[in-house]
Design a protein around this ligand. Structure first.
Ligand SMILES: NC(=O)c1ccc[n+]([C@@H]2O[C@H](COP(=O)([O-])OP(=O)(O)OC[C@H]3O[C@@H](n4cnc5c(N)ncnc54)[C@H](OP(=O)(O)O)[C@@H]3O)[C@@H](O)[C@H]2O)c1
Length: 303
């Protein structure tokens, strides 16, 4: 039997590298790692006997380059990051090329809270991913699946730092609303494991594949952190959800070109608004993955 070929676009990124490592734990499998720049230091860790490196730019690729990028693929996994040219146009074109090449499925770069639960206009990044999902849906068939893997927020201090809600060094947790909104959590590594499992699955995979390591509100995360580290976490309420919405709009108006001024606030609206909590989880499909809880991630120093 031929080895299964999985193509990853965005392989040199943080999640892409973890997906590649997770895939290579499976036997009888090869990876085609698509990268933009072979000289990028992160590319060095991708090199291996079962890895084919290929230069590919999802925003600039010609039809022939897309066909070559996905030829022979069992599945195409995207872990790209970028604007609508990449998330909507680039991914859609590559997804269509994957379908034409006879691939079994395509996983777009979603990996978030329930992007279908969040209303339009709350988070621009989520809007683009939903727009891709809408454009991609007609491409799905009994032989070609589009799988939106959603796992909540990465249990990781850098991600929480970006959101501006937890600063482990200073021992401060910041929240909007009452801080009691349930939040789904999964580590980077477990997300990569679920992506690898879904990509290589011989069975039909649900279109909206929802998994998570834990569910916990931010105040409880802070308490869990305090308990594990034996250090007090001070709590800062930043305002109501209405205040958050108003601040997001003001920042977007004042600094439209500085995404760091408003993108974390958009994610905070998704996190604290409660509309993007995941529905029924599919963890049980992959019993080999025992996803880390928040407490375990804190123990390991991830948070
Ligand atoms: N739920 C959460 O808490 C959470 C947190 C963080 C990220 N995420 C999601 O996880 C996914 C991956 O994020 P990440 O942090 O791993 O991103 P990242 O490290 O920035 O990696 C993104 C990758 O996309 C590649 N890329 C960008 N433009 C491209 C193009 N035109 N053609 C080909 N490749 C291109 C980059 O290539 P180069 O290597 O050449 O730059 C990079 O390898 C995203 O969907 C992100 O939204 C979720």
């Amino acid at each position: 039997m031929n080895d299964k070929l999985i193509v990853i676009v965005g392989s040199a990124g943080k999640l892409g590298r973890l997906v590649l490592a997770s895939l290579l734990k499976q036997p009888n499998l090869k990876v085609r790692a698509l990268v933009r720049d072979l000289t990028k230091p992160e590319v060095a860790v991708l090199v291996g006997p079962r890895v084919e490196l290929k230069v590919f730019d999802i925003a600039k690729a010609t039809a022939a380059e897309r066909t070559a990028a996905v030829s022979g693929a069992f599945a195409v996994v995207s872990t790209v990051q970028g604007g609508p040219d990449i998330i909507i146009d680039g991914q859609l074109a590559l997804l269509r090329a994957a379908k034409a090449a006879g691939a079994r499925r395509f996983l777009p770069s979603d990996y978030s809270y329930d992007l279908f639960g969040l209303p339009e206009g709350v988070n621009m990044n989520t809007d683009w991913r939903r727009a891709l999902a809408t454009a991609a849906a007609p491409e799905a068939s009994s032989t070609f699946e589009v799988v939106h893997l959603m796992q909540g927020i990465f249990t990781d201090k850098a991600v929480l730092g970006f959101l501006g809600v937890f600063d482990a060094e200073k021992g401060v947790a910041r929240y909007w609303g009452d801080g009691k909104t349930p939040i789904d959590w999964t580590t980077w590594e477990d997300t990569a494991r679920f992506i690898a499992a879904a990509a290589t699955d011989e069975r039909a995979v649900p279109e909206r594949l929802q998994v998570a390591g834990d569910r916990m509100d931010l105040l409880t995360v802070a308490k869990t952190w305090e308990h594990k580290h034996g250090r007090k976490v001070s709590l800062e309420r930043l305002g109501s959800l209405e205040d958050l919405e108003a601040l997001t709009k003001r920042k977007l108006h004042e600094e439209p070109h500085n995404m760091y001024a408003w993108l974390p606030l958009m994610y905070a609206r998704g996190v604290f608004g409660g509309q993007a909590v995941l529905g029924e989880k599919h963890n049980a499909r992959y019993p080999g993955i025992v996803a880390e809880t928040v407490a375990q991630a804190i123990d390991r120093g991830a948070l």
